[in-house]
Ligand binder design. Structure first.
Ligand code: WT7
Length: 653
């Protein structure tokens, strides 16, 4: 372990990974990028690089006059340029003769299917754009979208983009209360929702939740309801309309008008750990350029032959950038799936991959660790040989989860791209390029071409080795343009810790080869006898034990050591191991200081709806505190069970 004083490390880096995976020769032969020239080009002149991407990947109605205006902390990109985002995602492909190409292979959870071509999607988007206009939506207005994973979600987003209204998508799993807050903050005029959607074999009601929200959302003038669940709903005369009625009556032609490059494209609310949700603002030109660029090169997209599947929900930024805008701008064919991975069986995802011949697959570490828990036999039931690239996003991916993904899903032949980014960054920032980058399991590797990242210590001084705070040093095209209605908070939250740098709260470490390893949120770093240990490294060590599928680690107050490491562990199906053996394993793997004081075995962990472990709650449980707000939990019964176990488990003495 390095001496923290000498190297100015602010997080002690505890473990180093030696496995390496160069791009397979056969893969690199057909890859869009197979060497470092793109990095060199971008390093020489990042703005010039982005300008070339903007010209290659996006069709502009009016060329820009300035590539980037940077007035810290505000950037504008492709200034003076005009484009229509929906035109870029739809019309230009149809004009190029690709109207017959499938945009979405949609699969409902019950097994029903729809095949939607680019021509189909363009037709429906034009109609719905006219519907929105008919309901009084104008350029600059906000439209709220609260839908299950149905194609109409993409239609509604693109229809907004077409007429210059900003959408604000609220994940369908959020409560009526969260929906009302977000509608009111955005002062949305129209709400697009559904009667209900399918989840784990049942219909979950959405319109009734929307109705509850609508009792306190004075800005909403009209509600459009997609029929999906078939559940009974109440429609308010004059305010509520069935989507299919409006579409059937709509004018089929709605020309795409050019919008300013900096036209607001959408708001997306992040809850963060404290305070009221922030409406992250994304605009049009720069956002589309970086979404398209990263989708194309990180997945090595060959749109004529690829079938791409991102398993996120459209309610998250991953769904915005990598189900809707990036893939459609690139003319890709995607799978869109409505439901959960374990309906009707634990192999649903693998059956979908086999069915549609998915080539590029993008999912989250939380899902991968769940698949590990369910066992190797599930993917083994299916032919996954169509797969070519595997992506990961949302959390640090533990090296063993990476290895499992690589072997059991990728058959040992597919590059794994671990992509670091945030709602605020709009698009991927740190990731391998699969034909060019030698990967290491658990590392997001390097900033993408055109992106500048640096680790700093507590004083904002750059760190060349070991652990520190991840900052971004240059503006990038898809960066957030602010927080809706709260410019001060934007400056305070992201630009005030380290002068001149963007900091959004993640720790990371650099190894000898300059690879970046994300260490999780700095709020989660534990202080054990003066050692600053990242939860990620201890979790990864636990997951490296063959009996362990998933682990969550927190620092709980401790009279002797300041904080003590408490671990919650989920075992792989059928596996057993005792607490002492696991503690010894961590001690041998990364050092005695990192040995958990107490380990609880649990069937489940508290997670947010987007799958991130809620360490704050686990800390509360470990410190015996009353729990605060648990409404954002995916499954609130998990915490009660953990509290019960905490009450009876023996502690190390
Ligand atoms: C936070 C952003 C980016 C879309 C989904 C989440 C964590 C994200 C990684 C990764 C390690 C990651 C970070 C980041 N995160 N990707 N590849 N490795 N951590 O978007 O909800 O805005 O969350 O997710 O902590 O700050 P988000």
């Amino acid at each position: 372990m390095a001496d923290a004083e000498q190297t100015h490390e602010t997080i002690d880096a505890m473990s180093w990974e030696s496995r390496r995976f160069p791009p397979p020769v056969e893969f690199a032969r057909h890859a869009l990028v197979a060497d470092t020239s793109m990095y060199d080009e971008a390093a020489e002149d990042d703005e010039g690089f982005w300008a070339r991407q903007a010209a290659d990947l996006v069709t502009w109605a009016t060329p820009w006059t300035t590539i980037c205006n940077w007035d810290l902390p505000y950037a504008t990109w492709f200034v003076g340029g005009q484009l229509n985002v929906a035109y870029n995602c739809l019309d230009r492909h149809v004009e190029a003769g690709l109207g017959h190409r499938v945009a979405f292979h949609w699969e409902g959870e019950p097994g029903d299917r729809r095949t939607i071509t680019y021509a189909d999607l363009l037709d429906e988007v034009q109609r719905f754009a006219n519907v929105l206009r008919g309901l009084g939506v104008q350029r600059g207005d906000r439209v709220n979208i609260y839908l299950p994973m149905v194609p109409e979600a993409a239609v509604a987003m693109l229809a907004c983009a077409r007429i210059g209204a900003a959408h604000s998508v609220v994940f369908g799993g959020f409560s009526s209360h969260s929906l009302a807050d977000r509608i009111n903050d955005a002062e949305a005029k129209v709400l697009v929702t559904a009667d209900g959607g399918y989840r784990r074999g049942e219909v979950f009601p959405l319109k009734p939740a929307a109705d509850e929200a609508l009792t306190s959302t004075p800005s909403i003038e009209h509600v459009v309801v997609v029929r999906r669940g078939g559940n009974e709903v109440t429609m308010v005369d004059g305010r509520d309309h069935w989507y299919h009625d409006l579409i059937a009556a709509a004018d089929p032609v709605c020309p795409a008008e050019p919008m300013d490059s900096e036209q607001l494209l959408y708001l997306l609310y992040t809850s963060g750990t404290t305070g009221k949700p922030k409406g992250i603002m994304h605009t049009s030109g720069g956002y589309l350029v970086q979404a398209a660029f990263t989708h194309k090169f990180v997945f090595d997209l060959h749109p004529e032959t690829d079938v791409y599947w991102c398993t996120a929900d459209v309610g998250w930024v991953t769904g915005h950038s990598y189900i809707v805008y990036g893939p459609l701008a690139n003319g890709a064919t995607s799978v869109m799936y409505e439901g959960v991975p374990n309906f009707p069986g634990n192999d649903r995802f693998w059956s979908i991959i086999e069915q549609y011949g998915v080539t590029k697959f993008y999912t989250a570490p939380t899902a991968i660790r769940t698949f590990m828990k369910w066992g190797d036999a599930e993917p083994a039931k299916h032919d996954l040989s169509s797969l070519k690239v595997l992506g990961s996003v949302g959390e640090p991916i533990n090296p063993e989860a990476w290895m499992w993904y690589h072997e059991h899903i990728g058959g040992g032949r597919c590059p794994v791209v671990d992509t670091w980014w945030q709602t605020e960054t709009g698009a991927m920032m740190i990731s391998p390029l699969p034909g060019a980058t030698t990967t290491k399991p658990g590392s997001a590797t390097f900033p993408l071409p055109g992106i500048s990242a640096e680790l700093v210590d507590d004083h904002g001084q750059p760190i060349r080795h070991g652990g520190g705070y991840l900052t971004l040093t240059r503006p990038w095209p898809s960066m957030m343009r602010g927080i809706w209605g709260d410019p001060d908070r934007y400056l305070r939250t992201y630009w005030s810790q380290y002068p001149g740098r963007y900091f959004a709260g993640d720790g990371a470490k650099l190894d000898d080869d300059g690879y970046l390893w994300l260490l999780g949120r700095v709020d989660d770093v534990m202080n054990v006898s003066g050692h600053r240990i990242s939860t990620t490294e201890v979790e990864s060590s636990l997951v490296a034990h063959p009996a362990v599928a998933e682990a969550a680690v927190v620092g709980a107050n401790d009279a002797t050591t300041g904080q003590a490491i408490i671990a919650y562990v989920i075992l792989r199906s059928g596996a057993t191991v005792d607490e002492q053996a696991l503690r010894t394993h961590v001690g041998q793997d990364i050092g005695n200081i990192a040995k958990p004081k107490t380990i609880y075995f649990t069937p489940d962990l508290p997670k947010t709806r987007s799958g991130k472990i809620m360490r704050r709650l686990l800390r509360d449980v470990a410190e015996g505190r009353n729990l605060g707000d648990t409404t954002t939990l995916a499954d609130s019964s998990v915490v009660a069970e953990l509290q019960r176990r905490a009450g009876e488990a023996p502690s190390e003495d």
